[in-house]
Design a protein around this ligand. Sequence first.
Ligand code: SF4
Length: 500
Amino acid sequence: MSINLTTPEAQIRENRLSSITGYKGSIKDLATQAGGCSLKSGERGFTQTTACSLGCAQGQLVLIKDAAVVGHSAIGCGSDTIQSNINNRRGQFSRELEYTNINYINTNMTEEATVFGGAAKLREGIREAYRRFNPKVIFVTTSCVSGIIGENISGILEGLAEEIPVPLVPVHCEGFRSKLWASGFDAAFHAILTYIVKPAEKKNPNLINIINFSGIGRKEVVRLLGRLGLVPQFLVQFTTVDQLSKISEAAATLSFCGTLGSYLASGLEEHFGVPYIKSLQPHGIAGINSWLRELGKVLGREEEVEKLIEEETAAIASELEELREKLNGKRVVIGMGPSFSQNYTRLLQELALEVVWAASWHFDQRHDYGEIPATILDLAKNEKDIPACVSELQVHEINNLLRQLKPDLFVCRHPGMAIWSAKLGIPTIFINDEYQSFGYQGLINFGNRVADTLANPTFVQYLASKIKLPYTNWWLEQDAFTFLGEAPPKKKERITKAVV
Ligand code: SF4
């Protein structure tokens, strides 16, 4: 079994999925090397800041409606929760819920707690979380500081078990454990699978788990699956603890993102008998067709699915053709997490755009069910190969690359990256909502957004004319992957000065 629920923590992605954070080459080469198990991560001699797994774990858990999270860390590690609260408000707005803040307490580990231990602060934080939020479960997220000093989190939680009458759940997501922030998703889902999900008392043949992020644009999923008589259940943000405990009752699990869904969906399949639909993700036509067909196979509903696909495809055919003519040959660079990067590389080509470079922030050589991601294998089948890199959200690499490639458009999924391409004067689309290009109508909506963005680049051009980049001319004339090699250079200080 690949998902081991007898251990207190999820194994990190580097060890579990042979994931990498440094690479330059092409899509076909990535797929070939992943198949041959020969791919090794390149090391950088210079890096800028990136994200950490604690933020990803907390980002999922604080949006479970009646849970609370106690972050046992320095206060700065809790800064991501500001964004989580924004996501919370957006999600509440889209669901017409009353506005509330997330249930989060940070123990504010200081120098004293680092030297003498933070057990007292953690106990105080848990008591305060219970008093203030009256939650159904309290998750305790770990951090670099609590990990480095070897804080006995499990022992502290066991000691409070009689006093606090709700499950106290450790979530091991110390930033230093993994270079992949996506390991934080796995840490959160490991905690949910281990402490929250219960074996199904009865199965619901029409209930489908959908693993997604904030689920803002979920109405189209409800409509499409509703045509098959199926009811989607969106996980894990905005669920309750009680709902989560019963997700084993579903007939199948679909995921919007192979990176996000791998651990939870595979864990549900291995330990609770809920089939995971292993397909492309539902962005664009090939993606949604694959998603629905694999679901149809598992549920024995192939004929209904084929009819649905035929009708939905016909409904957008003429609009899609018009868009393809309008966008034909425009050059695009992509920068996203691996699953979105691979799925958008495919769907942008469905809109007749030319993908000139596909960057992803990491690359999983396989998913938790043991196979190479279907998305990269699908892209590798195409005649045309596409240059690609694995870039760990390194702004200096992407900035340099964009200046040299001069694409018509940059499509990304992280706001911290979007601002840099805009400063370079490159029209940029930031995919905040994961449903942006969901299914048939979503592809048309997204295509129209691309057309609008390309039609009016005035704002980014004005921005570029007023902004001086922090990078030296020397760096901008180098190959974008100068610092990506087998081993770090010896004199890091000199390199740092030369780049910025
Ligand atoms: S857990 Fe570690 S890497 Fe993550 S924010 Fe805190 S100190 Fe930084």
